[in-house]
Design a binder for this molecule. Structure first.
Ligand code: ADP
Ligand code: MG
Length: 751
């Protein structure tokens, strides 16, 4: 099922034309053809599916007397007279046409480069002619005694008939212009093309279209490109929205079906380890953890490979849920792998799992529980001896749970009986990784896969863009969490700054620890362009330049050491330029309580668990993304002490950025923040690399607006694929799927 087995990049488009569809070159003039091709369309199907960016909607007809400065007006008038004169400083002429209705006068001013164009207008604007005029009204006291005028208006003859009136009210499409194409050229191209809409390939099966009360495709095209009113454009667009949702859901349904062709081991056992762990947990599971756990238990027990996206805010307790699932695998005689994005995190997961399991996880120890399993760590930087020992355990099946990084994906790792793969922080793993794991299951079977993410994706967005995964969400925080409060601190208020460091010092004085996160390592050496709330600026916006106090990690650490309030505090640094060992030492020193304050870049963003940390200061908070800020904030308040986060910013009070920071400060609900993020930037980063190609090309679908449509399209597409996996009875749909995948990513593999 390779779309491009050669791997050489974009392949030529598959021809999918059935006979009788005219080539664009047969339909259009060469100028029109150029304009349409510049839009990226190669055939009629492409072309007509490119919808206008917007429409110019003519206003109500107006009396001239009622016009105001700046109005976009439509008026019916009679030509009184016209006069042309040469321009003084440029070649060409000014044509002034006086027009009037019963009440008042208006001047139309045309700036025209060529004499023959002046004559052409004068012929169409002979005195007494009735015309409809469209344009923006200006009152300039310097001209025409301050009477209204419109510069370079559009106009057309008007005979007062009902049809003429209706035609006036039609929305006028505005197309995206590329390569100096002209709007008028595109409009005329589309007018012609719509006449041939009957020849288009209809992708939606007729029964689906009927059930959804959608216009036919040709009708939709007419409604979109030559509408009578705005309601028509909406009706037409619904066809394309549904079509797009339907194609995407068909892709997801097929992926599922292809996955299912290679069965997974049914992990059916319900003991002994999993219930033993439950007894040993120092807390009771939240309702949400229990529910999600049940859903996962049910999934893993089937021989269809599980593809679950387990999402939950930072601190929602995903690890325990994952561990219980892994024990279900071990109890069923299989192995489970936990993949982390970094070594530090892999090591931490390894420790956490060993702690949670206690004697259940130390099969190689003297005091092990009789049913104990073995938990092994595998990372790239382990010593050869450690690695050998681990690999032996993995191959022999002694190791029930294996924790590691990408190293676990290399070909040389042979599993005795891999049944489940848990991937932490999915955004660091692409689809390739998941595919590589697929061959690693026991007896050539597929392992089950659970992907954990702390960047929640709103449900509909997940369905629209990651629809081959089942989304399970942990919606509660474990009770008794002390919580986090967040303050925005503006640098323009020195008193606040001072108070912020004083609070930090108080926490340190009480035995707690603090993180200070900087956007850069060393501000003096780095390039000037910065990112502000995800937008890149080449130069710092005014008022935000580093000034005399640059504050990369290095400078900030130096500066804090000089602050009287923090006198005596033990300050460390951590950033990406340190060696793995130096980073580890810094982190270890924090964990051991040998440091009070760590100044770092976002290397601390993911996962590191430090229950004693209670303060998080983010310097230049505006340079981080919304979910990043939320993630950073989630590093504190994880123990028994409440957390305080400070978003320190150089942006002024009342600025848009400052307002946004305040919004983030005001909520701790990751789902709400994800939605704010999505509304600001589109689905962008939310879905990670995995389906990025697919969603980046969303054309008509709006994952927030079209929630219901997506859900319905999904139901229908999954039913259809269940009965016809290879879409043999739906060749048009099959071609559309193929095309969609190729457009999303020329190198993408289908399954
Ligand atoms: P996540 O990975 O979702 O960010 P973790 O799984 O690391 O969260 O859990 C955060 C902390 O909460 C851990 O210390 C964990 O032991 C604890 N925890 C998990 N579930 C519960 C629960 N039901 N009650 C109390 N504490 C819990
Ligand atoms: Mg975690």
């Amino acid at each position: 099922m390779n779309a491009d087995a050669s791997g050489t990049g974009r392949t030529a488009r598959a021809p999918r034309r059935s006979s009788g569809v005219p080539e664009l070159s047969e339909l259009l003039t060469s100028a029109e053809l150029r304009a349409v091709r510049a839009q990226g369309a190669e055939d009629l199907d492409d072309m007509l599916r490119l919808t206008p960016l917007r429409y110019i909607v003519p206003g109500e007809l107006r009396d001239l007397g009622a016009l105001r400065e700046g109005d976009d007006a439509t008026v019916i008038v009679r030509v009184v007279g016209s006069q042309a004169r040469r321009m003084k400083r440029r070649p060409g002429s000014i044509l002034e046409v006086r027009v009037a209705d019963e009440n008042a006068q208006l001047t139309l001013t045309f700036f025209l480069p060529k004499d023959h164009i002046v004559r052409w207008h004068q012929e169409h604007l002979a005195p007494g002619t009735r015309i409809a005029v469209f344009g923006t009204v200006h009152f300039d006291p310097r001209f025409h005694q301050g009477a209204p005028q419109i510069t370079n208006p559009r106009y057309e003859p008007y005979d007062g008939s009902a049809e003429a009136r209706a035609r006036l009210m039609r929305p006028v499409p505005v197309y995206r212009l590329r390569k100096k194409a002209k709007q008028a050229t595109l409009r005329s191209a589309y007018k012609k093309a719509v006449e041939f809409a009957d020849q288009l390939t209809t992708i939606l099966p007729p029964t689906v279209r009927a059930a959804e009360h959608l216009p036919s495709l040709p009708e939709a095209m007419r409604l979109i490109h030559t509408p009578q009113d705005m309601a028509e454009t909406e009706r037409g667009t619904r066809h394309l929205v549904f079509e797009e949702a339907f194609i995407l859901q068909t892709i997801f349904a097929q992926r599922r079906a292809f996955d299912a062709r290679t069965p997974a081991p049914a992990l059916r056992a319900s003991g002994p380890l999993q219930p033993l762990l439950d007894e040993r947990l120092p807390f009771t599971l939240t309702e949400s953890q229990a529910e999600v756990g049940e859903a996962i238990r049910h999934e893993l027990a089937r021989s269809r490979p599980t593809n679950v996206l387990l999402q939950g805010d930072v601190g929602s307790g995903k690890t325990v849920v994952a561990l219980r699932a892994m024990l279900q695998a071990v109890d069923s005689g299989h192995q489970a792998v936990l993949l982390a994005p970094t070594e530090v995190l892999a090591e931490q997961h390894h420790r956490t799992i060993l702690n949670l399991l206690g004697d259940l996880g130390r099969a190689d120890h003297m005091h092990a529980h009789p049913d104990a399993t073995r938990v092994r760590l595998l990372t790239g930087s382990q010593s050869v001896a450690d690695r050998r020992r681990t690999l032996l355990d993995v191959t022999s099946g002694e190791a029930g749970i294996i924790v590691g990084t990408h190293a676990l994906l290399t070909e040389s790792v042979e599993y005795a009986a891999l049944g489940l793969v848990v991937i932490d922080e999915q955004h660091r793993f692409g689809v390739d990784h998941r595919r590589r794991l697929r061959t690693k299951g026991a007896d050539g079977k597929n392992p089950h896969v659970i992907v954990m993410t702390a960047t929640p994706i709103p449900r509909t967005a997940a369905l629209a863009t990651a629809g081959d995964l089942d989304v399970l969400s942990l919606t509660q925080s474990p009770g008794g969490r002390p919580g986090i409060t967040t303050h925005v601190v503006h640098e323009e208020d020195p008193a606040w700054e001072s108070r912020m460091w004083a609070r930090t010092a108080e926490e340190i004085g009480a035995g707690r620890q603090a993180f200070v996160v900087c956007a850069r390592i060393d501000e003096r050496e780095e390039r000037a362009d910065v990112e502000i709330m995800g937008e890149v600026f080449e130069d710092l916006p005014s008022g935000t330049d580093p000034g005399p106090e640059p504050r990369g990690v290095t400078q900030t650490a130096e500066r804090l050491a000089r602050r009287p309030q923090l006198h005596g505090a033990r300050i460390g640094v951590m950033h990406g330029r340190l060696s793995a060992q130096e980073k580890q030492e810094a982190m270890d020193a924090m964990v051991a309580g040998e440091l009070d304050l760590l100044v770092a870049t976002t290397v601390i963003e993911v996962g590191v668990d430090l229950p004693n940390a209670s303060v998080m200061v983010v310097m230049d908070a505006e340079r981080f993304g919304i979910s990043q800020l939320h993630q950073l904030r989630g590093r504190i308040g994880r123990g028994e002490h409440p957390g305080i986060a400070f978003f320190d910013t150089r942006m002024p009070h009342g600025s848009e950025t400052s307002e946004l920071l305040a919004k983030i400060a005001a909520t701790t609900d990751g789902f709400e923040l994800a939605e704010i993020d999505m509304r600001r930037r589109g689905t962008g980063d939310l879905v990670g690399e995995e389906q990025s190609g697919l969603h980046r090309t969303l054309e008509h679908l709006d994952v927030l607006r079209d929630e219901k449509i997506i859900a319905r399209a999904r139901g229908i597409a999954f039913d259809l694929v269940a009965g016809d996996v290879d879409l043999e009875d739906h060749p048009q749909l099959a071609a559309a799927v193929e095309r969609r995948l190729r457009d999303a990513d020329p190198n993408v593999e289908r399954s």
